[in-house]
Structure formats: C-alpha cells, structure tokens
Design a protein around this ligand. Structure first.
Ligand code: NAP
Ligand code: ZN
Length: 352
C-alpha cells in the first residue's frame, strides 16, 4: 500500500477537505496512473451529499471522481496495453467478474459483480473504493482506456462519464441523419449529448430551463432550442421526436416529453433524480412509445467513444479549476451554473 493525496467529504453536510488515502501497490495486471484531470459529475454531488441514500448510501469519508485522465507511472508484469509515460483514462468502473453473460457481451456496467470507481465495496482492500479527486489511482488493465493524443486533456476527462453516458444510448436507439432528437437539460451530460447528436447528423433540439444558455446550445450543435417553461414553444413539438435523451438531475415533468415522441419514439433517462418520477401510462400506450434508462456504457464502447471523439475532435467544454475551489464548484453545480463541466487540474493537489 502507498499513500495518495485526495480531497474527501466526511459527511453529507461537510465541505471537501484535503486528506490522504491508501492505494494498493500495482499487482501483475494493474496500471498505476498519475491523475492529471478529473471531471466533476453531478453523480459526485448526489453521492457526496448522500442524495441517493435509498439506492446507494454513501460511506464516509467519500472521495468521488469518475472522469479520470492521467499518465501511467507503473505497470504490472502482465500488463500489455500500457507502459509508463502513456496517457490513460478511467471512468465509472474499475472491476467486474469478467465471466458473466453481461461481461462476455461487453456490458461490464451491468455485471452483478462490478465495482464502481468510488463509494463501492473494494474487493482488493476490503474497504471502499476511492475516486479521482486524488493524485493517483491503481486500476486493473481491462478498465483502463487509451486516450487519443490529439485531444485537450482537461476536456477529455468528462468523456469518461458524461461522454459515454450520452454516446451509448444514442448509438443503441439509432440516432442518425434524418432523425429528430431532443436533449433535455444542458448540463455536463446534456452538452455532450448535443455534440454527439449533431455529430451523428440528427436534427437536434435542446430543452432547457435556462434562457441564458440558448446561444451556447446553438454553438454546441443544436438546430433548435426550446425554453421548457414556455408552453407555446413546447406545444409546437408535440408528437414529433424519434428519440429524446433526458439528462435532468432533479424532479421534473417527464410526461411533457413523452408527449413529444412520435409513434414508437423512445425517451431514455440518463439523469438520476433522487425521487421517483410519475409516468403517464396513457402517454406511452397511445403511440407505442417507450420510456427507458441507460447506465454509462461498457469498456469496449467507451474506447469506441474516445476514438470517435479523437477522430471528430470532440471534447467537453470545461471550466478548469484547482482542487481548492471544489466546494465553490459544488455550490455552482447545484445551481446548474457551469459551462459545461468542471475539470479539476490535479497539479493543484501538489501544494497540499
Ligand atoms: P448537471 O451538469 O447538473 O446538468 C443537469 C441539468 O439539468 C442542468 O444543467 C439543468 O439544465 C437541468 N436541470 C437542473 N435542475 C432542473 C430542474 N429542476 N428542472 C429541469 N431541469 C433541471 O448534471 P450532469 O452531471 O449532467 O448529470 C445529470 C444527471 O445524470 C445527474 O442526475 C447524474 O447523477 C446523472 N448521471 C447518470 C449517469 C448514468 O449512467 N445514467 C451517468 C452520469 C450522470 P438547464 O439549465 O438546461 O435546464
Ligand atoms: Zn458521472
């Protein structure tokens, strides 16, 4: 074991403070990474503040962070894909059993024995996993991704969660040229959804509660922007969408969006609000619409997404912050005031 620097919260109401955590020494199949940037996902906030206490109660101290980009510092003797000095990335998953049907099909995120990057039982230490708000991490090779060398690293980190979480359902539901696609909520996930829908050639419509984000939405690739509080603007789009991606982190009226789907249209929730959403069954049955969910993506698909981003020069729009501004960033994230993802420059942790 060795000590790594990190920022942790001690309870649902505590601020982040500097601390040190234990990481395992790399074994034969492990890759040790010096973390250069880590994105701040709204899931980090849900988890730090124990907002998912029903489904995934938080174990404290908690070190969030699952949008990790860094440089390899050490590899185990059996590691084939990486060598010291290589760029490397880690997302929401750090382990799975590798033998179940889900793993064999490339859906490690649905493996009954998968391990999330933080706040999850750690099979290696017997404790809990600690995420990327840290200067280093050790991860088994299968869960370490290759980073395209042409991309800005601060903007690449958010691809590891916000990127794959929006790319995967759009691929699954066939978002292509000729399709009309909606993205609800222009936050970290939503703005990546807009970039991908646009890159896939779809007619892309953003639904936002924030009129001030309209110009950005158009710049990011939207063809149209709807202020969702405006009933007239909403009514114009009734029954017209092939696919809608809902990336809202809070309670909202899902039925207003179900009504916007055409026959056989699908709305996929990637946002994970704390409380259940009431769904109008009539809205679904009258046009054979479907309502579904999606969780990040598998490892092979995450690599495919990173390679796609390398080819098309896609990164997240980030506000780079030193780790000392973490508490301020959380306050702003809670108010949907970020353009459009915070990315922590981990060089700032060296002075702690
Ligand atoms: P975020 O940056 O905070 O973005 C959420 C956006 O939702 C906001 O920017 C805002 O957009 C909109 N919004 C917020 N409050 C709202 C309200 N009361 N009513 C309507 N719209 C509201 O969060 P994020 O990091 O993108 O994460 C979004 C959600 O996805 C979180 O719940 C997170 O836990 C979840 N998530 C799920 C997965 C998965 O695998 N399924 C992966 C990562 C994250 P406007 O200002 O444009 O309205
Ligand atoms: Zn996330």
């Amino acid at each position: 074991m060795y000590k790594a620097k990190a920022y942790a919260v001690a309870s649902a109401t505590s601020p982040f403070t500097s601390t040190s955590i234990s990481r395992r020494d790399p074994t034969d199949h492990d890759v040790q990474i010096e973390i250069l940037f880590c994105g701040i996902c709204h899931s980090d906030l849900h988890q730090a503040r124990n907002e998912w206490s029903g489904m995934m109660p938080t174990v404290y101290p908690c070190v969030p962070g699952h949008e990790i980009v860094g440089r390899v510092t050490k590899v185990g003797s059996a590691v084939k894909k990486f060598k010291p000095g290589d760029l490397a990335a880690v997302g929401c998953l750090v382990d799975s059993d590798g033998t179940c049907p889900e793993c064999k099909a490339g859906f490690e995120q649905f493996c009954p024995n998968m391990t999330l990057t933080y706040n999850f039982p750690d099979k290696n230490s017997g404790g809990v996993t600690y995420g990327g708000y840290s200067d280093s991490i050790v991860v088994t090779e299968h869960f370490v991704l290759k980073v395209p060398t042409n991309l800005d690293l601060a903007g690449t980190a958010p691809l590891l969660c916000a990127g794959i979480t929006t790319y995967s359902p759009m691929r699954h539901w066939g978002v292509t040229k000729g399709k009309k696609v909606g993205v609800v909520g222009l936050g970290g996930l939503g703005h990546m959804g807009v970039k991908f829908a646009h890159a896939f050639g779809a007619h892309t419509v953003v639904f936002t509660t924030s009129p001030a984000k309209k110009d950005d939405a158009l710049r990011l690739g939207a063809d149209e922007v709807v202020i969702s509080k405006n009933a007239d603007e909403m009514a114009k789009h009734a029954g017209s969408f092939d696919f809608i991606l809902d990336a809202v982190a809070a309670d909202h009226d899902i039925n207003a969006y179900i009504q916007m789907l055409r026959r056989d249209g699908n709305i996929t929730m990637v946002g994970a609000p704390e409380k259940p959403l009431p769904v109008s069954v009539f809205g679904l049955i009258f046009a054979r619409r479907s309502f579904s969910g999606s969780l990040i993506g598998g490892i092979a698909e995450t690599q495919e997404m990173l390679d796609f981003c390398g080819k098309h020069n896609i990164t997240s729009d980030v506000e780079v912050i030193p780790i000392q501004k973490l508490n301020e960033a959380y306050e702003r994230l809670a108010k949907s005031d970020v353009k459009y993802r915070f990315s922590i420059d981990m060089a700032s942790l060296k002075s702690e």
